[in-house]
Each structure stands twice: as structure tokens, then as C-alpha cells.
Design a protein around this ligand. Structure first.
Ligand code: ZN
Length: 401
């Protein structure tokens, strides 16, 4: 016997035995306790596995093997999340049917995973491009549709005029299409949406019952994005229509010194005739359309915007007339496409107010709002806020709704 470990020989031999004997297949044995180890299915790209794949698979493989030794009936499946743009692109470019490309990529991924010796139950392999699989995703979609949870909405997306398709934020690089280099524009498209927000409460409550580390729970909560807020209507001087905003902080209403609407907000067209600088607004909107949502909200170093001349709003609690601006950091896809700006307690609003010389009024005490936005306002005492003065933040929220 050789006294050197030769992985090519030894591992291949055992992997073949595991496969032939279905060593890791889950069986219908109800006398054993059950253990379901589920890991995210990869997207089988043409490049094969990258190091990010074996990392979680190895961790869970250790757990799965340990549970088997402890007498559990373990189900540790693997599959392919195989629909995707890269395959579509490759197929278009090379004139091959995506089905052929997908099958080839899957084979490569499977070979690689098997050579790593994972204890997956290959009898349970699934593939999202298999009609026997996606008939169930279609079935689920119809259930959602019938329950009113799948609906169509007009949403602005990143659009490549040359590829004639929508792009994910990651596919827009420096304002151009990653595939063809054409300048990407924002275009409003009718899209299917799933009303996951309906379940925000349930999803968050459910986190109490799972064994996650605190950090993961927190990021889950942020991702679910449950925000408890209120819609507030601002009167527009000389118009019947009101400008509606959604805010999670109605308690800071006294500090709203101006408003910002998205450059795509329908009011710009609606009030075109009474707006004195329509041309400037339209030019700004055109520039904004070239940026992705990510660029507009995350990458911006310097705030830009244009004041709408001829359109003013009224702060409903102070009665003061306040200006309305357009700026690309306000998106039509979030809330109502309009915000009340509270520069004393929001960094973006503060930057904007400083740049354009707009008033900053402190309404939660504790900071120095001339120096920087004071955002540590989950608690604190209200000031400069009329009937809310002296109240704690939580009480002020209750008092104003
Ligand atoms: Zn393109």
C-alpha cells in the first residue's frame, strides 16, 4: 500500500461508491428523527464554481454528516437556480439554444461538486428551468395573482435602448450598459410585483422563532424594510391638489422646511402651466434619467436639484409656505415620490439644505444641527414643535397621528 495520500485515486474511488450505493439519499424512514439541511442553490454559470460556492456547502456538509452519524434521517439536497441573463446573453451571442448552454453548465457544476465529495442527495436534484419544476412556480404565481398579491405596476427601471431590455443595478456600470456600452436611461415600464410588504409583520415576528445570530436578524429586519409611518398631505398654494408624502417620522413635521419631489413626479407635467422654470426642470429630469437608482441614491457625493418656481407647499402644522424642489435622490419607486425634508435630522436633507441655503430647524434636542444633521433621534425631547414641545419622541409620534 502506498503511504502517500493520492486524492485523485482515493477520492474518486469513494465518491463512486457513495454514488452507486446512494450513501446520502434520504429515505422514508419515520422511525428516525428528521433533519433538513438546505443551502442556496447556485446559478450554473459558464465559468464553473467559484470559491464562494464551496464555502457554505462545506459548512453545511459537516453538519449533515454529523447528523447522519447521530442517527438522523438527513435530507441535504442540491439544485440549480438556472434561469438567468448570462446564459441568455451567451446564447444570443453564440447562436446556441439556452437549453443546451444550461445543460452543459449544470453538468460542469455537478462534476465539480461531486469531485469535492459533498454528501448531497442527488436523487432530489432540482432544476428551475425544468418544466416539471417551473409548473409549480407558475402554479404559485397564479395563487398569488388570485389572492391579489401579484399585480402590475408602472415602475421606472434601468433600460438599455440598444439591448432593449431592463438591467439590474449591478449591470449598469458608470451609467452605461455592461453588455454593450450604450448609455442607460430610466424608463417607466409596466412590471409584475409581488406584495411581500403585506407580510412584513409576519416575517419579522417569525424571526423570533429561528436560531440566527443577532446580526443576521437585524439585517433581515432592515431588508424586510417594514416602516411604520404615516401619509401626510401638504396643501399646494393656489391649487386644489395636495402633495402627499410618506414619512416614518411624522413627529418631526415642525422641522419640515422644504419639500423635494422626484424629477419624474407627475405634478411637474400636471402643473406645467403654472411652473415658471419648466424648461430647467425638464433638462434636469433628462439628466436624472441617465442615472441608475443606485447612482442616484448611493453614489452621490454632491447633491443636485432645481427649485420649482411657481409651486409652493404649506407645512400643515406651522402654516408656513415652503419651497418645493426636484432632486434625483428622491425616487418615484419609494413612498409617494415626494418627501418632506427635515434637514436638522436627516443627512441627505441636511447636505441639500446646506448646499442651497435652506433653513434648518432643530426639532429633536441633543445635537448641534448647525454643524451636522442630528440623526440619533429614536429617543429625545421635542423642541420648536408647538403642541409637541417637551414630549418624548415616542409620545410625540402618538400625539401627531
Ligand atoms: Zn446594452
Amino acid at each position: 500500500m502506498e503511504n502517500r495520500y493520492d486524492p485523485k485515486q482515493i477520492e474518486r474511488r469513494w465518491q463512486e461508491i457513495w454514488q452507486n450505493e446512494k450513501a446520502f439519499a434520504a429515505v422514508n424512514d419515520y422511525t428516525k428523527p428528521k433533519y433538513y439541511a438546505l443551502v442556496e442553490f447556485p446559478y450554473p454559470s459558464g465559468q464553473g464554481l467559484h470559491v464562494g460556492h464551496p464555502r457554505p456547502y462545506t459548512a453545511l456538509d459537516i453538519v449533515a454528516r454529523k447528523r447522519r452519524m447521530q442517527g438522523y434521517n438527513v435530507l441535504y439536497p442540491m439544485g440549480w437556480d438556472a434561469f438567468g441573463l448570462p446564459t441568455e446573453n451567451y446564447a444570443i451571442k453564440n447562436h446556441v439554444h439556452p437549453k443546451i448552454v444550461t445543460a452543459k453548465n449544470v453538468r460542469r457544476f455537478k462534476d465539480q461538486l461531486q469531485s469535492l465529495g459533498y454528501s448531497f442527495d442527488w436523487d432530489r436534484e432540482v432544476n428551475t428551468t425544468d418544466p416539471a419544476y417551473y409548473r409549480w412556480t407558475q402554479w404559485i404565481f397564479l395563487k398569488l395573482f388570485k389572492a391579489g398579491l401579484a399585480y402590475k405596476a408602472e415602475m421606472p427601471i434601468n433600460w438599455c435602448p440598444s439591448c432593449k431590455c431592463g438591467l439590474a443595478n449591478e449591470e449598469v456600470v458608470n451609467g452605461v450598459c455592461e453588455r454593450c456600452g450604450t448609455e442607460v436611461v430610466r424608463r417607466v415600464k409596466s412590471q409584475w410585483m409581488l406584495k411581500i410588504t403585506e407580510y412584513a409583520e409576519k416575517l419579522i415576528d417569525g424571526l423570533a422563532d429561528v436560531d440566527y445570530v443577532e446580526k443576521i436578524k437585524t439585517s433581515q429586519i432592515n431588508w424586510i424594510g417594514k416602516s411604520q409611518g404615516a401619509e401626510v398631505d401638504f396643501r399646494l398654494v393656489g391649487h386644489e391638489e395636495k402633495l402627499r408624502v410618506y414619512t416614518t417620522r411624522p413627529d418631526t413635521l415642525f422641522g419640515a422646511t422644504y419639500m423635494v419631489i422626484s424629477p419624474e413626479h407627475p405634478y411637474i407635467e400636471k402643473f406645467k402651466d403654472s411652473i415658471e422654470n419648466y424648461e430647467a426642470l425638464a433638462a434636469y429630469r433628462e439628466e436624472s434619467a441617465k442615472k441608475s437608482e443606485f447612482e442616484r441614491t448611493e453614489l452621490v457625493k454632491d447633491k443636485t436639484g432645481v427649485e420649482i418656481k411657481g409651486l409652493r407647499a404649506v407645512n400643515p402644522v406651522t402654516g408656513a409656505e415652503i419651497p418645493v424642489w426636484i432632486s434625483d435622490y428622491v425616487l418615484m419607486t419609494y413612498g409617494t415620490g415626494a418627501i418632506m425634508a427635515v434637514p436638522a435630522h436627516d443627512e441627505r436633507d441636511w447636505d441639500f439644505a446646506k448646499k442651497f441655503g435652506l433653513p434648518i430647524v432643530e426639532v429633536v434636542s441633543g445635537g448641534n444641527v448647525e454643524e451636522a444633521a442630528y440623526t440619533n433621534t429614536s429617543s429625545g425631547i421635542l423642541v420648536n414643535s408647538g403642541f409637541l414641545d417637551g414630549l418624548e419622541v415616542a409620545d410625540a409620534k402618538q400625539a401627531i397621528i
